[in-house]
Write a protein that binds this ligand. Structure first.
Ligand code: ADP
Length: 526
């Protein structure tokens, strides 16, 4: 199911609910209005009928006035039919039209209470609404006085002179009036069909319009999908065409293009890395093969074979070191934190480092300034040692004998900063941005014939990042370099020993936040 279809289905379902509710409300309002109109007409008719009865104490006398005639005239759909009954429910009088024999009028007493509408279908299938009113004579006094005549509120006073001896004595009369509901039913049916037709028309229009609009709105996505499908990994410059709409789709296109940029950059780095790695591996391998071939070309003395073997061993050891370093780079998590970090006493780690370098010929140039250091850091013991060793090795390698190398530690926000400062050759501004790239070596180091393969700084930085820290450099050619290692501080240990495991876990979690300045890894010193 396409996105357009899903959107249209949702949109039509919502529209159907809205239209349904709207139509039902209109229908209910119209129906109640029309029925209320019918009821009002019936009550007016009952008032007129009641006025035609004279109500006196002890008797109700039916005296149809001439003005009642108009109740029975007019359009048969709107004509009001009426009937008058005595207390035994015998028909006393009725409108002319009611005599057509269409109705069995007794049913009007069956269900409805007085003044309540009752809808009844007659024998020919027409629906009628009836309403009745009881006219009850008040109790008669012993000697009725002419002044005591009681008249119903709506009753029309009738002259006494017309009353004859034969006038029936009734204590109660029921007047009833009816209207055919066919016209109301027809109007409501018409309204129902009109509402249904309009709703269907609107839904059809909404379907066509909505489909067109959805397709138009989603066209850039369809285009981008087609462009992405047609892209080849070799097409380095191929990017999605982003519509100039500055909306979510444009943002999606730009995000995908940024992803493509990153993909190509990562791919370039990988290719460069593979090229550099094979180059670095090929050089000692070629040297080894060459030495062995030379050694085997003619018969040699045992001493000569030994010398050849020793040179080959040297090359093999260099190869092994490169391979091990590459393996370490591959195993260290890139962009994520190492899961095996622990809380380490930084002063202790730096003291052990000083001991490792105690046997180095330039140990006298190396100064560790770690007095009064109490802070703990989150790191991995062996990897931290490797990190310090790489930086100290470089500081000694790239500075002349006698030039001092200082190792200092200080607090730096939520991190500890260990700085290795040398007074060596420094790094040229054009080399600075690349020194952390695997296998990168400055042309000066290559020309000077300094040993190395260009992996030391890459490994150091990746180790620091795997702790949630970083390595940054400030340097100026001829003036020396300053490498700063940022290590996340471990939270203060609780005196309660039972919580150590928890405290360590928290430290490791917090350590994963990026170190300050993690993005400016190389800066030129002023
Ligand atoms: P390597 O030392 O094996 O060449 P590194 O990755 O350790 O590889 O260093 C990369 C480059 O950074 C070196 O080739 C050198 O140019 C420069 N570099 C590193 N440390 C220093 C330093 N302390 N002083 C001057 N240059 C340095």
């Amino acid at each position: 199911v396409t996105l357009t279809t899903r959107l249209i289905a949702f949109y039509l379902a919502a529209l159907a609910v809205v239209l349904g509710c709207f139509s039902a409300t209109i229908y209910a309002l119209a129906s109640s209005h029309l029925h209320a109109g019918v009821n009002a007409r019936l009550r007016t008719a009952l008032d007129a009928l009641a006025a035609a009865a004279r109500i006196e104490p002890g008797k109700v006398v039916w005296e149809p006035a001439e003005r009642l005639a108009h109740l029975g005239a007019g359009n048969p759909d709107e004509t009001i039919y009426w009937a008058v009954f005595d207390e035994e429910r015998r028909l006393v009088d009725q409108s002319l039209a009611s005599t057509s024999g269409q109705h069995d009028l007794t049913y009007i007493f069956v269900e409805a209470r007085p003044e309540q509408p009752l809808d009844v279908r007659d024998r020919s299938g027409h629906l009628w609404r009836w309403m009745r009113r009881e006219l009850v004579a008040p109790e008669s006094e012993e000697e009725p006085q002419a002044d005591d005549e009681v008249t119903a509120p709506n009753a029309v006073p009738v002259e006494d002179e017309g009353e004859s001896e034969a006038e029936p004595q009734r204590s109660q009369l029921t007047v009833a009036a009816a209207i055919r509901l066919d016209r109301v039913s027809a109007s409501l049916m018409w309204l129902g069909w009109a509402l249904a037709g309009t709703a269907l028309g609107i839904a059809a229009l909404a379907f066509v319009g909505g489909r067109w609009f959805c397709r138009r709105a989603l066209a850039p996505v369809t285009r981008m999908a087609a462009q992405a499908a047609a892209m080849q990994p070799a097409q380095r410059d191929a990017r999605l065409v982003v519509p100039p709409t500055h909306d979510e789709l444009a943002a999606l296109g730009e995000a995908l293009n940024r992803l493509l940029d990153q993909f190509h950059q990562a791919n370039d780095r990988l290719q460069r890395f593979a090229g550099d790695a094979s180059h670095q591996l090929r050089t000692p391998l070629a040297a080894m093969v060459g030495q062995m071939e030379v050694a085997l070309r003619q018969q040699r003395t045992a001493v000569q074979y030994r010398e050849a073997l020793e040179r080959a061993l040297g090359q093999a050891q260099r190869l092994a070191r490169i391979v091990e370093t590459l393996l370490m780079l591959a195993r260290l998590p890139s962009g994520a934190c190492l899961s095996t970090t622990e809380t380490l006493d930084l002063a202790e780690a730096l003291r052990e480092c000083a001991q490792r370098w105690a046997a180095h010929p330039r140990t006298g140039d190396l100064h560790f300034d770690v007095g009064g250091l109490r802070e703990n850091v989150v790191a991995h013991k062996e990897l931290l040692a490797q990190l310090f060793d790489n930086l100290i090795d470089n500081a000694l390698k790239y500075s002349p004998g006698g030039a001092k190398v200082f190792v200092r530690a200080a607090r730096h926000g939520s991190h500890m900063a260990v700085t290795i400062i040398d007074q060596g050759c420094g790094i040229a501004a054009e080399d600075l941005p690349h020194v952390f790239v695997p296998f990168y070596r400055s042309s000066q180091s290559v020309t000077d014939g300094r040993p190395g393969v260009g992996l030391g700084l890459a490994v150091a930085q990746q180790i620091a990042r795997s702790f949630g820290g970083d390595v940054t450099v400030e340097s100026r050619i001829g003036a020396g370099s300053q490498f700063q290692v940022l290590l996340p501080l471990a939270p203060q240990r609780e005196p309660d020993l039972g919580n150590i495991g928890h405290a360590t876990a928290t430290a490791a979690d917090e350590a994963c936040e990026p170190a300050p300045g993690a993005h400016s890894t190389a800066t030129v010193a002023p």
